[in-house]
Write a protein that binds this ligand. Structure first.
Ligand code: AMP
Length: 218
């Protein structure tokens, strides 16, 4: 089964994506992480992408599609895929359909997490992440055991530069104008589209996603 996780910034895609892919056989493709790694490594793509990311704009489709295509080529594609943060435009969605077609695959389910924008701005202000293992914490609702450090890696947690209030507002606006049409793309394609209330607790959202995808929860 291949799943696209959609939703505005801060709604919990990363956290829920980790849950879905915690069972063997699942692979998570997170374009935000791939881009941040490219920026850190100073690659040509990273240099091109950085200004868009810092200002909360989308990286151009051609760049991101090439990144995902290259990543898919290097993956062991026996199991199930979860796309987190991709596709973010109708153009990317149609490119993904073509890429998966060539591999004899398709998007089976689209999970759309939803929440009020005010809640998202608050959540993002408390978000901290591990640069090494990408674990995500919230200093208010799900803090690490030792303040400022990752429970898994022990690395110092970072507050993403694009997680400041101004950039978050433009990322939300970009979500509305560019990414919400992706939901209609999949509805018209006949994919199973599941709208999930992302304002509930992490565990409730996890259970609801597991239900709609038919996954067994621990
Ligand atoms: P995220 O970690 O998913 O919030 O992504 C951080 C930033 O990376 C976004 O604000 C965009 O600038 C860029 N980005 C991530 N995924 C995509 C995508 N599929 N298309 C274009 N830009 C992306």
């Amino acid at each position: 089964m291949n799943v696209v996780l959609l939703g505005p910034p801060g709604v919990g895609k990363g956290t829920q994506g980790v849950f879905i892919t915690s069972e063997p056989g699942w692979v998570r493709i997170v374009t935000g992480d791939l881009l941040r790694d490219s920026v850190t490594s100073g690659s040509k793509l990273g240099l091109e992408a950085e200004a868009y990311m810092t200002s909360g704009q989308l990286v151009p489709d051609a760049l991101i599609v090439a990144l995902v295509r290259d990543h898919l080529v290097h993956l062991e594609l026996q199991g199930s895929l979860v796309f987190d943060g991709f596709p973010r435009t109708a153009g990317q969605a149609s490119e993904l359909t073509e890429m998966l077609n060539l591999l004899g695959k398709r998007v089976d389910s689209v999970v759309v997490l939803q929440a009020e924008e005010q809640d998202l701005v608050e959540r993002i202000s408390g978000r901290r992440s591990c640069p090494t293992c990408k674990s995500v914490y919230n200093i208010h609702t799900s803090p690490p055991e030792k303040s400022g450090f990752c429970d898994v890696e022990g690395s110092a947690l970072i507050h993403r530069t694009d997680d400041n209030p101004e950039t978050v507002l433009s990322r939300l606006q970009v979500y509305r104008s560019e990414t919400e049409p992706v939901v209609h793309y999949y509805q018209e394609l006949g994919s199973k589209v599941c709208l999930i209330d992302g304002s509930k607790s992490v565990d409730e959202v996890r259970t609801n996603i597991a239900q709609v995808l038919g996954l067994v929860t621990a």
